[in-house]
Design a protein around this ligand. Structure first.
Ligand code: AKB
Length: 328
């Protein structure tokens, strides 16, 4: 059975449910969606983060374990969101500590979300995929459509999520859309990712004046400043369906070496000491990921273009981190 698809334009106010709302992406996405005038509902296994800075009356918060299909069905049947952003996931480094749990949360979670959304005729599902879907030996920059041979359970489950979403789109007409996020850098601390060395360089340089990164200085993966990442998700959601030639898109911003990030941090935070001590497990994951992504399809289909490079991001981010640390 095909679903009726409501149009999701920039001027339409939608009711939106975000899974994994307490995470690094969720917290900034919620603010971005509220700024655009949407009715937003947060959900997470964890309680509402105290630092979210959004009044409880503007953001109903639901306890949600995405592995619980019954609970998910009840929430979607009761709240009837137009759009679901599915962010809940265990990231790559933490995922390797418990692959079984990662499979249940990430793979089971995306199946449950798609199934509940299909049953209750949710108009659109946005999915946060990642550069971790790629494995070694690919062209540089990596194009959109290549063999996906990830080396982590996180990557395996994200490939599974992309494929399942494509299936629900073809089989049931569910409007599934996904971006492959680079490592994201923001003032909100990440948890359990392998790209965390990049945001940690900023936060720890400001907080403690020093940081020992768990990677080699020449490590180079695709990175993005969070405001660009949030804009990418929202702009993909608002793009007319007929302009989209696929369900999943590479998006890219910049790909500095870890050493270049350290130099940018040291310029913005004089006196900060940034050193490198590569951890073999996390280094192997980083080395399996692409150096850079080719996002030509996102640019052509829905006009994607990043605003921030390393220098612009550093200038914007450092005062934000200082303000957050002073407030806490
Ligand atoms: C991670 O490091 O696991 C994530 C990602 C790149 O998807 N930040």
């Amino acid at each position: 059975m095909m679903l009726a698809v409501a149009s999701v334009g920039p001027s339409n106010s939608m009711k939106i449910l975000v899974t994994g709302s307490g995470g690094q992406v969720g917290q900034d996405l919620i603010r971005g969606l509220l700024e655009r005038g949407h009715e937003v509902h947060g959900s997470d296994v964890a309680s509402r983060p105290s630092a979210l800075g959004v009044d409880a009356s503007r953001l109903p918060w639901h306890h949600l374990d995405v592995t619980d299909l019954t609970g998910l069905r009840k929430l979607i049947a009761r709240e009837r969101p137009d759009i679901v952003y599915h962010l809940a996931a265990i990231l790559s480094a933490r995922g390797e500590e418990n692959p079984g749990l990662t499979y249940r949360v990430n793979q089971g979670g995306v199946y449950n979300v798609l199934e509940a959304c299909r049953e209750h005729r949710v108009s659109q599902v946005l999915f946060a995929s990642t550069i971790a879907v790629f494995g070694p030996g690919l062209p540089d920059p990596v194009p959109n459509d290549v063999p996906l041979q990830p080396t982590t359970m996180y990557g395996v489950t994200k490939v599974g999520g992309e494929l399942l979403g494509e299936y629900y789109n073809k089989r049931y007409g569910l409007d599934f859309r996904a971006v492959r996020f680079p490592g994201l850098i923001s003032a909100t601390l990440p948890g359990g990712g392998t790209s965390d060395y990049a945001p940690l360089m900023y936060v720890e340089a400001i907080r403690k004046g020093a940081y020992e990164a768990f990677c080699r200085a020449d490590t180079r993966i695709p990175l993005m400043y969070m405001p660009d990442g949030i804009r990418a998700l929202i702009e993909l959601s608002e793009a007319p369906r007929e302009q989209l030639t696929r369900t999943t898109y590479n998006i890219a911003a910049f790909s500095p070496t870890a050493e270049a990030i350290a130099a940018a941090v040291a310029r913005a935070v004089p006196g900060a000491e940034l050193t490198f001590n590569s951890d073999p497990t996390r280094q192997a994951i980083l080395d399996s990921w692409p150096n850079a992504l080719d996002d030509a399809h996102a640019r052509a289909d829905w006009g994607w273009s990043p605003e921030f490079d390393l220098e612009r991001m550093t200038a914007d981010l450092v005062p934000k981190i200082r303000a957050l640390l002073n407030a806490s």
